[in-house]
Design a protein around this ligand. Structure first.
Ligand SMILES: Cc1cc2nc3c(=O)[nH]c(=O)nc-3n(C[C@H](O)[C@H](O)[C@H](O)COP(=O)(O)OP(=O)(O)OC[C@H]3O[C@@H](n4cnc5c(N)ncnc54)[C@H](O)[C@@H]3O)c2cc1C
Length: 386
């Protein structure tokens, strides 16, 4: 792949940089509600300027940009340290899934309010007995005329407490083999039959929830793809989750590493020595620098694969697995360098928070073990385990 930007891509990047410099709202406020509304306002501002759905088709409110431009966008927003957007799951996964598998009516109905953050989405895949082995999920949908009645339980549902729509995978044919009897629905969260209970994480936040679904109603027209084809549609969602985030993630690791090197230059160990004079710490920092460069180059490799095939492939699994390892090593080293002071840390860098949040990196979006299986079987072509 040619890593130099074309003049048109450079112009795109410069226009975006200028816009971000003028419009970045800065750090988000504390508190879940306040932070969420801040992110919603930021997403609206992006959308008003045509930056929310960068690579989405123009007829559905996107910018119609190329995948390289989308990658430039993902890098630049991280570099500019803008806040997150409110509808992150719909922008990265739900919208692209509707674009790939939805009907024309679904595209017109669902895509614009995703971009404007008027309707927030969550992802109802995992269940207490089905995470890595998603196809064994038990939430059941039964057809009654023009609607489906859904009963079951989902878990780890990020942003369900803010969501209007849930990407829900449910079993519609219990007699079929487990990958075949599934259907992908868009479920309205605003009904009494759907109860959302927050789960508290090690960071103290409650990003995700349990969902209790007791005879919820979903109109037949809210099936994405066809009845019984839910597995293929769900895979589209998961591939987008892993592939499209790679660009932002690799830049965030590079920024975090720069911050870590800065703090290591002034941090002193118990013996009074400066951390960057310790040969072991120097080696670990150098190793992280090498790995962050590998992450960057692999993100480009994944992008060129998407450009060839039109859809994200299994390479995204490699990037997500590697990123989680690098981010965990980086935050662990930051805690070691800070030493006992890390326990008191409430500094700008907030390493304690980042260290605790990074524990989830090797679970969310597919565990490292599962990603290694995908890379072994689908990238390296090794024999299947099962
Ligand atoms: C921060 C966070 C946010 C999340 N958000 C969402 C969300 O919005 N929506 C959603 O649906 N889910 C969400 N999840 C759930 C996530 O997708 C699951 O936790 C993940 O898929 C693992 O499933 P599990 O927790 O059931 O673990 P299990 O599948 O039970 O796995 C337990 C352990 O066994 C290992 N294992 C399992 N099978 C194999 C195998 N075949 N080979 C080798 N090892 C194996 C796993 O790697 C893991 O170490 C989120 C999780 C986190 C941490």
């Amino acid at each position: 792949m040619d890593l130099t930007l074309s003049p048109a891509e450079e112009a795109f990047r410069d226009e975006l940089r200028t816009w971000l410099e003028a419009n970045n709202p800065g750090r988000e406020p504390a508190g879940d509600e306040a932070a969420f509304e801040f992110r919603r306002a930021w997403q609206r501002k992006l959308n008003d300027a045509g930056w929310a759905g960068v690579s989405w088709p123009k007829e559905y409110g996107g910018r119609g940009a190329t995948l390289v431009e989308q990658a430039i966008f993902n890098e630049e927003v991280v570099r500019a340290r803008t806040p997150s957007v409110a509808n992150v799951l719909a922008l990265a996964m739900g919208g692209p899934t509707v674009i790939a598998h939805g009907t024309e009516e679904q595209k017109r109905r669902f895509l614009p309010p995703i971009l404007s953050a008027d309707e927030i989405w969550c992802q109802g895949f995992s269940e207490p007995g089905a995470g890595s082995d998603l196809a064994s999920l038990k939430t059941r949908a039964v057809r009654h005329g023009d609607e489906w009645v859904v009963t079951g339980q989902k878990v780890w549902t990020t942003f369900a407490h803010h969501a209007k729509w849930c990407m829900l995978v449910a079993r519609t044919d219990p007699e079929a083999p487990k990958h075949k009897g599934l259907t992908y629905f868009l479920m309205d969260m605003e009904q009494d039959a759907v109860q959302v209970r927050p789960l508290r994480q090690i960071t103290g936040e409650s990003e995700f929830n349990e969902l209790f679904i007791e005879e919820a109603r979903i109109p037949h027209e809210n099936i994405v793809g066809a009845e019984g084809e839910g597995w293929a549609v769900a895979i589209t969602t998961l591939m987008h989750e892993r592939a499209t985030l790679a660009f932002g993630l690799q830049v965030s690791v590079q920024i975090a590493l720069r911050e870590l090197i800065e703090s290591a230059r002034s941090a002193r160990g118990m013996d009074g020595a400066v951390a960057t004079e310790d040969p072991v710490i120097r080696q670990r920092l150098a190793q992280l620098l090498i790995e962050s460069e590998v992450l960057r180059l692999n993100a480009y490799r994944g992008l060129s694969a998407i450009m060839r095939s039109g859809v994200p492939g299994p390479e995204g699994s490699l990037g997500k697995w590697h990123w989680s390892e690098v981010n965990q090593s980086l935050t662990e080293l930051a805690m070691e360098i800070a030493g006992p002071r890390a326990m008191l840390s409430d500094s700008e860098a907030n390493w304690t928070y980042r260290f605790l949040r990074a524990r989830a990196n090797s679970i969310e979006g597919g565990t490292t073990e599962i990603l290694k299986n995908i890379v072994a079987e689908r990238v390296l072509g090794l024999p299947r385990m099962r």
